[in-house]
Design a protein around this ligand. Structure first.
Ligand SMILES: Cc1cc2nc3c(=O)[nH]c(=O)nc-3n(C[C@H](O)[C@H](O)[C@H](O)COP(=O)(O)O)c2cc1C
Length: 380
């Protein structure tokens, strides 16, 4: 019989570990890891080179909500892909906008690497509210210039590491300080609390509670389950969402042990394991870090996304694993009391916005998450 804890950990780890490294059995176009290997290699157009990197940005539920059109010979227009919303857990597209900010930051770092300054004008047709729409998120002009950014070499190494971390290896106060020393970004505050600090303990408890609350809210749970890609074939087909793959998953599926219906049904083992899956993750956090913005508008969300991408890249450069735990920040009725408590714990003033919360620690090496590939993002 499969060990319960093992399944729990396997379910917790969104992994491509079992996907053949070079897609030996997959058609190249369906290889979910292809985008991570030499992105933009041989590409003469700096925009396409930069875009090949930008699609590696962190983004909620790996929705990859980016559409791009090329204008003239030096401009890109970035649009939000309105087919990729998360209406239950991100009703105002705040987190998806953060994912667009992360995309722009990585685009800009990659442009500088090949000698271009990506000049970004946000919302050229105005700020979309209360949800994102199909008006442009940004117009980006590539002008000769730009200073190389040392984070470039970490773009393909960056991960959201969703495994349990090494509980016996604390993050030092000095390392946390180095991590949070992100270049000054106006309107944003970066903070953190190390294990042992009561703030960290409260955030551990809150992130477990928030995850369980989300899990017990059927419409929110269904949103995640619908985005689950179970086993190699589904992962290769979609190359997005929450990928679930580990040795033996095919057999478990064939025996009916892992089905979407069971995952949604209280009382089943699959449901119970899903419900408990954040517990060991939160408990192994060596620290929590968070980003608060002074304002609550779309500009703040994009700035938070740019800042989060840099934070994740800096963590990568320091050998620190990072995992956003966003449930307690989400804006739906069932989460309201937990969200208020999270904001209280981090000491947030009411007119500000807690944009990102992540656990950090020392973790093992994890494979990259799937990407659909650049051609899927190009608007013709
Ligand atoms: C705004 C935002 C919120 C996120 N929230 C969560 C979360 O609550 N739980 C989680 O496991 N991952 C979360 N992630 C990480 C994404 O799942 C991850 O970026 C995506 O699957 C792609 O994987 P990668 O970052 O390893 O490339 C979040 C990422 C962003 C940008």
């Amino acid at each position: 019989m499969t060990d319960r804890r093992t399944i729990l950990q396997l379910l917790a780890v969104s992994s491509l570990a079992a996907v053949p490294a070079v897609g030996a059995t997959l058609k190249p176009s369906n290889d979910p890891a292809a985008a991570w290997r030499n992105p933009g290699a041989g590409q003469k157009d700096p925009r396409l080179f930069s875009l090949a990197h930008a699609i590696l940005a962190p983004n909620p539920h790996n929705r990859q909500p980016w559409l791009v059109s090329l204008e003239g010979d030096d401009t890109i227009i970035l649009y939000f892909d309105t087919t990729r919303r998360l209406p239950a857990t991100d009703p105002y597209d705040r987190q998806l906008a953060i994912g667009c900010g992360a995309f722009l930051e990585i685009l800009s770092i990659a442009a500088a690497e090949v000698g271009y300054d990506a000049q970004i004008s946000l919302f050229p047709l105005g700020e979309p509210q209360p949800v994102l729409n199909d008006t442009p998120i940004a117009r980006v002009r590539f002008m000769k210039g730009g200073a190389k950014d040392p984070f470039f070499s970490f773009i393909t190494l960056r991960r959201s590491n969703k495994e349990a971390y090494n509980a016996g290896k604390p993050v030092s106060a000095q390392t946390l300080e180095n991590l949070l020393r992100v270049e000054t970004m106006e309107g944003l505050t970066f903070s953190g609390a190390l294990s042992g600090n009561p703030q960290c303990e409260s955030l551990r408890q809150l992130s477990i509670q928030a995850y369980r609350r989300e899990f017990e809210t059927p419409v929110a749970l269904k949103e995640s389950i619908d985005l689950m890609r179970i086993g190699k074939a589904e992962i290769a087909k979609h190359r997005d969402g929450i990928d679930l793959d580990f040795p033996g998953i095919g057999a478990m599926q064939a025996m009916g042990m892992i089905t979407r219906e069971k995952m949604m049904t209280p009382g089943t083992t699959a449901y119970q394991q899903g419900l408990e899956q954040y517990d060991p993750l939160a408990k192994s956090a060596a620290a929590y870090v968070w980003i608060i913005s002074d304002s609550k508008d779309r500009y703040a969300e994009l700035a938070a996304g740019r800042a989060y991408a840099r934070l994740n890249l800096r963590a990568t450069s320091l050998g620190i694993a990072m995992h956003p735990m966003s449930q307690a920040l989400q804006e739906y009725a069932e989460m309201a009391t937990i969200k208020a408590e999270a904001e209280r714990v981090v000491g947030m003033a009411p007119d500000k916005c807690l944009q990102m919360l992540a656990r950090i620690g020392y973790g093992g090496k994890v494979p990259p998450s799937p990407r659909r590939g650049l051609t899927e993002h190009l608007r013709t």
